[in-house]
Design a protein around this ligand. Sequence first.
Ligand code: FES
Length: 323
Amino acid sequence: MAATDWQPARLRAARALTPDIRLLEIEPATPGAPAPPGSHLGVAVMIGERPDTRSYSLLDSGADGLYRIAVKRLPDSRGGSAYMHGLEPGARLSISGPRNHFGLTPGRPGYLLVAGGIGITPLHAMALALHQAGARFRLLYAARTRRDLALADGLRARIGDRLETFTDDEGGRIDLAAAVADLAPGGEAYLCGPYGMMEAGRRAWAESGRPAQGLRFETFGTGGRHATEAFTVRIPRLSREIVVPRHQTMLEALEAAGIAMIHDCRRGECGLCTVKILDADGTVDHRDVFFSEAQKAANAQLCTCVSRVVGGGITIDTADRAG
Ligand code: FES
């Protein structure tokens, strides 16, 4: 994002939606035009002593001049969620955007929205927009427990039975194949959730034979097949060995060690942060949605912003980086 995009803002209000999800209302110094659904806001944060940025999906268009976001405090977070949870109303912020990489195509005969956990945020805005437009849609929203369905009550009040909820502790599970089959021909599906849900959605969509461009997704790049643990990265070309602690991503640990890296999304979507894998004595837990299943199985590269290693270390090359 260009430096000129940033503008001052103020945290107008904040409240807990669940014990670990916080709703924040941000008032920009200069209100912009209403943001299309799927848009996200950049927020400058401090991770320890280091300035950084995070992006959060907007819950609605912000037509009243306020940007609303919901932030989940993650135990394995890179520190951005902890920072956002520590802000007091009145706090001065620096924001950029809104920008949109997850746009909603208008005029489709039907829409399937599928949200897992905090992945509800962009789909919340989409559901409100579709409802307002009188479109035909369903929003399937899954979480671990009823208490984790942070935005369900407010949504139900606005979109009624177009919202269907599922919770793990009650044995609820979204039948993605059935949901895709139920979608009108020419309809589109929008998914946002953890890795497993995205992969299941991708499979269900592919098996349905629908055109690939009808499936859109956004991830929040957390959680993989394995538990998060510390691991070591070796870079022979630079004669460096760097430990990635549990609470940091590999990208952050490499940056903190002075390795020149490039990145954009930091969510495993754009592929800019990838490096070559030379050797791995542990298992690579590919947590991105950028590489295909075949590419992940080949294990030749990984997205450093989300993917990790368990049970050992990894040897990489950063030959295409300046560092
Ligand atoms: S920064 Fe986009 S995939 Fe890692």
